[in-house]
Design a binder for this molecule. Structure first.
Ligand code: PEP
Ligand code: MG
Length: 934
């Protein structure tokens, strides 16, 4: 049977749902009503698993409690009493019964897990009347008084203090005071562990505890089982509005009106002797995904002892052994019969839930009890392996597998990363923005030249800079990772690093570089150039020293290939890449990119010979000089385009004409300026003056984009010639080249018309020169200026395609500089002024609205107008979902994010199908029409 995902409503008037002895009123589909814990306990009970009997009070009671001045519905008392007597009957015990006492646990359970945010009370029902009976039954006064002191401590803290709204000063809470009493007692006897306390000492401690409670809180600890139970229930409901729970809900976006359920269940004890145990298990290995039972257990212990890390837990079986527990006996060896029984439940639960389960069990006096099952958390590699293997085992279908892996988890497979097992043991020295994922370790270098030099010598280096500029690219390329003190997620360093799949952290304000001393102060730790650091670019964490990395080989990963292939079968949105070199294009193609959505041609000018020609062009003082300089670049550009168009043969390649402000290309260091002046045969002062003149106050809003082509049409002419001649020559060689020429930073249709005219004139010349009638190219534009978005109807009359440049569109729509926003955006996100950094995840309400307007207006003028996105958001899963919903044709992202985008696009389709099912022709078999992907 498959567990239904439906959120089943409860029965009218039913407030309490019983489970136990093979039967249950509820099931796993009732999470909204019974909470995750209650719903799964009910399901396990119905499956016939040995679940201690109990009952769940619904979340609706919680909602009623808060809506009615903290009062319960009238029928609750009676329904709880009936359920409780059901529990008593199954176990032949009585709650509060002096001879055969039943003890209960009272736990919270929201519909989505809120780990540790609400309260629990255990051992409820221990009173002066029931204690002697418990001692007689268990034969251990020590065990009973130990349970009693735990109850007093928990109850005083949770029920008598927190739920009563008492707010003692820091360190004055009742729990702390009771803990001090116990510590003093242990110290007095010279004990180091709780287990050394004797029965008499614990009994005496319980009396002291009760006296302390009276003194601190002013009321007696209740000596009545039912009073304890109702106190516990009330406290769990109150804990829904405790400080921790409220802030957790805010962070996770969990609505306040969901409420928590309360599950009351018979206690079972794993700490009653050596035939008792407790453990946590996963139906498959959550670290690797291997289909092997995995877990830990402790003999004679309570559940919390396994997770608390006070004792080293034993391995469940041979598979789960590691360096720490290798010498400890496994459950498989110690209690083979019970282990086999547990394996049986493992198989049953996984088959039933069709997903990896995280189980809690307790063995009491040789009897196994199942206390919890829930979907287990897993890391990226494990998520992928489980999803793929479960399809092969026919446990789930492909769509389910695709929905089970979070796009971020694929990232873990695509980059080397810090070994998570070891990362936990280290403390980061500072934090920045996670601009390029993965992990890297290397020696600190403070200049790009030194990075290139050391890199060439085979050193692994991390380039640490205030910020980076195009002058640093050689050093950036030679480095394992890049760390900058300034800059946001779309700053130069971030863009370049992401393009190369390089680990990168930007905007780390705690990084202070001292170039004279060649030191860097990172969050108070002063390191010298040459010292080793490690970066976690996925989280933005900086560590001193070398942390171990783990690498995975994508090419060899059969599971990943199959999985992504299934994604392709589902998605409607195309995935292209942003690539500027044939090598990147080829890499992206291997990752599954269906073309290039953005080739930033400026990145092609950074080679030594080219940058000289470029600089000469910029610094020329008349048209003739300029034309000469720029046309020196033509052969280089033509070769570049041939390389990139061939690497993507048969697929579209969007080539954007020159975009960045010109001053980015000129040198600023005195030495380099002098060299340039000499090389150009010009006067040093004249060159300096020209460079000075190129400086702009707001270069991002200055002389860049199509404004360059409008003021210097020869740039456009040269680039169009290079693209179209490359195409003509490739076609002659039977290479299917498909360029799309993109004009950047257009705000009015006239700008586009001006630039397009140049391209068309060049096309006519190229056709003539090569004697061909047809050249397969289109001319389109980027939508990255708000004015372009709101006049998209006019622009679409000229543009054959749109590509949303959401980096600039965000900058101009929100009014945030993309280079400096790192200094204040983290506070904006922290204060929830923006839900996310808008340069990482699309601001759908603002920037998204502009996109929506542009889509509507553009397709109004030109139905079927091809549209994509090439800003950094094209690789962000939430933004991809938005682009899918908006009806874009494709997203374009850096090569290493292509697999992530393929998955995110498939998940977007599963969540919101585009519904491209056409009516079948009469007599034809009904089948979905394949959706177009570009
Ligand atoms: C953009 O603005 O979104 C874009 C892709 O162009 P660039 O980042 O190169 O300005
Ligand atoms: Mg742009």
């Amino acid at each position: 049977m498959k567990v239904k995902e439906s959120r089943k409503p409860g029965r009218a008037g039913k407030l309490v749902y019983f489970f136990g002895s093979g039967k249950a009123d509820g099931d796993a589909g009732m999470k909204n009503l019974l909470g995750g814990k209650g719903a799964n306990l009910a399901e396990m009970a119905s499956l016939g698993l040995p679940v201690p009997p109990g009952f769940t009070i619904t979340t609706e009671v919680c909602t009623h409690f808060y809506a009615n001045g903290r009062r319960y519905p009238a029928a609750l008392k009676e329904q709880v009493a009936a359920a409780l007597s059901g529990v008593e009957k199954i176990l032949s015990l009585g709650f509060g019964d002096p001879k055969n006492p039943l003890l209960l646990s009272v736990r919270s359970g929201a519909r989505s897990s809120m780990p540790g945010m609400m309260e629990t009370v255990l051992n409820v029902g221990l009173t002066s009347a029931t204690i002697p009976g418990m001692i007689a039954k268990t034969g251990s006064a020590r065990f009973v008084y130990d349970a009693y002191r735990r109850l007093i401590m928990m109850y005083a803290d949770v029920v008598m203090e927190k739920a009563a709204g008492l707010e003692p000063a820091e360190g004055q809470g009742v729990r702390m005071q009771l803990e001090h009493l116990m510590e003093d007692l242990k110290k007095g006897h010279g004990y180091t562990s709780d287990t050394q306390l004797t029965a008499e000492e614990l009994e005496d401690l319980c009396d002291r505890f009760k006296a302390k409670v009276r003194e601190v809180i002013g009321t007696e600890f209740p000596d009545d089982a039912r009073a304890q139970l109702w106190g516990g229930i009330g406290a769990v409901f109150q804990s829904w509005n405790g400080k921790r729970a409220i802030s957790y809900r805010k962070i996770e976006g969990i609505p306040d009106n969901w409420g928590t359920a309360v599950t009351v269940q018979a206690m079972v004890f794993g700490n009653m002797g050596d035939d008792c145990a407790t453990g946590v298990a996963f139906t498959r290995n959550p670290g690797t995904g291997e289909n092997a039972f995995y877990g830990e257990w402790l003999v004679n212990a309570q559940g919390e002892d396994v997770v608390a890390g006070i004792r080293t837990p034993n391995a469940l079986n041979e598979h789960a052994t590691n360096d720490q527990n290798r010498n400890l006996p496994t459950l498989e060896k110690t209690m083979p019969g019970l282990y086999m029984e547990l394996v049986g439940y493992r198989n049953k639960l996984e088959k039933h839930y069709r997903d990896m389960q995280d189980l809690e069990f307790t063995i009491q006096s040789g009897r196994l009890f199942m206390l919890q099952t829930r979907v287990g958390k897993r890391n990226g590699p494990a998520a992928l392996r489980m999803a793929v293997e479960m399809v092969r085992e026919r446990l789930i279908d492909k769509a389910t597998a695709v929905s089970r892996v979070r796009p971020g988890q694929l990232d873990e497979l695509l980059h080397p990363m810090i070994d998570p097992v070891h990362e936990r043991d280290f403390k980061p020295i500072a934090k920045g923005l996670p601009a390029g994922p993965g992990g890297a370790t290397g020696r600190i270098v403070l200049t790009a030249d030194r990075a290139a030099e050391w890199g060439k010598a085979g050193e692994k280096v991390v380039l640490v800079r205030q910020e980076t500029s195009p002058e640093d690219v050689h050093g950036m390329h030679a480095s394992e990772a890049i760390l900058t003190a300034k800059g946001g997620m779309t700053s130069h360093a971030a863009l370049v690093a992401r393009g190369w799949g390089k680990c990168c952290i930007v905007g780390a304000g705690a990084v202070h570089i001292n170039l004279t001393q060649r030191t860097v102060d990172i969050g108070g730790t002063v390191l010298r150039e040459g010292d080793v650091i490690t970066l976690n670019g996925s989280k933005g964490l900086i560590y001193a020293g070398a942390l171990p990395l783990v690498v995975s080989d994508l090419e060899q990963n059969r599971d990943l290939k199959d999985f992504l292939h299934w994604c392709d079968g589902i998605r409607a949105l195309g995935v292209r890449t942003n690539a500027d070199t044939p090598a990147d294009a080829a890499q992206a193609r291997r990752f599954g990119a269906a073309g290039i959505g953005l080739c930033r041609t400026e990145h092609m000018f950074f080679g030594e010979e080219r940058i000289r020609a470029m600089r000469e062009m910029i610094l020329s003082e008349n048209l003739l000089e300029r034309e000469q300089a720029i046309f020196n670049l033509l052969p280089f550009q033509k070769e570049d385009f041939k390389g990139i168009l061939s690497a993507m043969a048969g697929l579209p390649v969007t080539i954007r004409l020159l975009d960045p402000p010109l001053h980015e290309f000129v040198p600023h260091e005195e030495r380099l300026v002098r060299e340039l002046a000499v090389g150009m045969g010009k006067n040093l002062e004249a060159v300096k003056a020209r460079i000075e003149k190129l400086q702009e106050l707001n270069p991002m809003l200055g002389h860049r984009g199509c404004r360059l082509g409008i003021t210097y049409p020869e740039i456009t002419r040269m680039q169009a010639t290079a693209i179209l001649e490359a195409t003509a020559e490739l076609l002659g060689d039977k290479v299917d080249a498909r360029p799309e020429i993109m004009i950047p930073l257009v705000g009015t249709v006239q700008e586009l018309t001006d630039q397009k005219a140049i391209v068309l004139a060049v096309a006519a010349e190229v056709k003539k020169k090569y004697g061909i009638r047809k050249l397969p190219f289109t001319v389109g534009t980027m939508i990255e200026v708000p004015r372009a978005a709101i006049t998209a109807d006019e622009i679409a009359a000229e543009a054959e395609f749109f590509s949303f440049g959401t980096n600039d569109l965000t900058q101009m729509c929100c009014g945030f500089s993309r280079d400096d926003a790192g200094s204040f955006l983290p506070s904006y996100v922290e204060k929830k002024i923006y839900a996310d950094d808008p340069f990482i995840s699309l601001d759908t309400a603002g920037v998204g609205k502009l996109m929506q307007i542009a889509v509507q207006l553009g397709r109004g003028t030109r139905p079927g107008l091809k549209m994509g996105i090439c800003g950094e958001h094209g690789g962000d899963p939430a933004s991809i979902r938005f682009c899918h919903d908006l009806g874009l044709d494709y997203v374009s992202c850096s090569p290493f994010r292509v697999p992530i985008a393929r998955l995110a696009a498939a998940q977007a389709e599963l969540a919101n199908p585009r519904g491209a099912v056409r009516k079948p022709k009469a007599g034809a078999k009904k089948k979905a029409v394949p959706k177009k992907r570009r």
